[in-house]
Design a protein around this ligand. Structure first.
Ligand code: B12
Length: 345
């Protein structure tokens, strides 16, 4: 068991809390969080200055291949239990209208918006948390039924932005103001601006926006005239063919790829799919930086897992040839290739 020392500040408690996550010691983690509340630390600070940064660190350890997927899942489960314990301990009573918090369709990162939901609750809103991957049609009928004051939508992965846009538009048609957040909109929210929707960098900012309906509704419209060129729609249509082609190309050029185990094959197909999906999202918002950031991230992930150099460059080249009639996609791919570390090109 991890020793749950009592700290009076989330920053002092941070290292010990991470040890609890590393040891999968749910009880010590909860004791530590409740100890902070008992010492007078506001619940919002425990959620945002302890649980949130610890989860980001969990992600870094997974990315560096120091923690397995199982360790990450165990740590995330504990964080969810801690959030539930803190929420139950604080037990706020609503004084404001109803705010619905949900993940975009296909989005499984439910913990970040859960933190947002609990902060909104602590600030007096009546919050309904719908959790992961909510289909647009179901969300809209829910909003109608419960007369929501606002809806807060989460997106952690930029590749989901085209779906996010559809969902935002569906909420708008119901005349419910929308605020979005999560890493998927870019660190500075630039892709939310492109989609014409209010964005908050964190839970306190979301609470302020939700209290200001004029600000929520007064966002300049989406700037997506470039979609008339049909490149995005063609990329989506050709997704399967592109992945199959890149896999065949890899097997032809890299003999080791012919002997991949089923697990290696699955991971490769998933990576090839992510490349197409991030490319399509970059074409959708017309911003190559969405793709270059992804390529840098992917090559780091593959490097930390011992995947040989060239694993990203090869499919980028293949997609570049297959998509030669699509100038925006070709440009994004070329910039992605240039963003690769020298050893990977
Ligand atoms: C836990 C986790 C998972 C869990 C999620 C479980 C759950 N119940 O949430 C599972 C296992 C499902 C998962 C899956 C995947 N994950 Co994941 N995951 C994470 C991890 C480690 C923690 C997420 C978290 O809780 N963060 C803590 C929160 C507090 O941080 P935050 O997102 O910045 O949130 C703050 C603000 O952004 C904002 N905010 C966030 N949401 C919202 C919403 C609204 C409305 C508002 C207003 C504000 C707001 O407020 C928050 C608090 O201040 C992150 C690492 C990370 N750094 O976040 C990776 C991470 C997000 N995952 C990643 C990846 C790649 C994936 C997968 C694709 C992996 C795979 N190969 O399958 C899948 C995709 C699944 C899907 N389709 O959604 C990458 C994304 C990289 C990229 N280039 O986009 C990350 C960054 C890991 C990494 N370091 O590489 N993941």
């Amino acid at each position: 068991m991890t020793a749950a020392t009592t700290a009076a500040d989330p920053t002092d408690a941070y290292a010990g809390y991470l040890d609890c996550l590393a040891d999968a010691d749910e009880y010590a983690a909860i004791d530590m969080a409740i100890g902070l509340l008992d010492a007078g630390v506001p619940a919002e600070r425990v959620l945002l200055d302890l649980v949130a940064p610890a989860q980001s660190e969990v992600g870094e350890r997974w990315a560096r291949n120091e923690w397995s997927v199982a360790q990450e899942h165990a740590a995330t489960h504990i964080s969810e239990q801690v959030v539930a314990a803190v929420a139950a301990h604080a037990n706020p009573r609503p004084t404001g209208g109803r705010v619905v918090v949900a993940c975009m369709d296909g989005e499984w990162h439910a913990l970040p918006p859960r933190l947002v939901a609990e902060v909104l609750r602590l600030r007096g809103w009546q919050v309904t948390f719908l959790g992961a991957s909510v289909p647009a049609a179901h969300l809209v009928s829910y909003l109608h039924r419960y007369d929501a004051h606002a809806v807060a939508l989460a997106c952690a992965l930029p590749m989901r932005l085209p779906y996010a846009h559809r969902m935002i538009e569906a909420c708008r048609r119901s005349d419910v103001p929308v605020v979005v957040g999560g890493r998927g909109f870019g660190a500075d929210g630039r892709w939310a601006r492109r989609l014409g929707v209010a964005w908050a960098p964190n839970a306190p900012a979301a609470a302020e926006l939700i209290a200001d309906e004029r600000a929520l509704r007064g966002v300049p419209p989406a700037r997506l005239a470039h979609l008339a060129d049909d490149e995005y729609a063609s990329l989506v249509r050709r997704r399967g063919e592109l992945i199959d082609g890149a896999l065949a190309d890899l097997r032809e050029r890299v003999p080791a790829a012919r002997a991949y185990s089923p697990t290696q094959l699955d991971a490769t197909v998933s990576d090839l799919g992510h490349i197409v999906d991030f490319l399509a999202a970059a074409v959708y918002v017309d911003d190559p930086s969405l793709f270059t950031e992804f390529v840098e991230w992917l090559s780091e992930i593959l490097l930390s897992r011992g995947v040989p150099a060239g694993a990203v460059a090869r499919p980028l080249d293949h997609y570049g040839v297959a998509l030669r009639d699509f100038p925006r996609a070709v440009r994004v791919l070329a910039l992605g290739r240039a963003a690769l570390p020298a050893a990977d090109r």
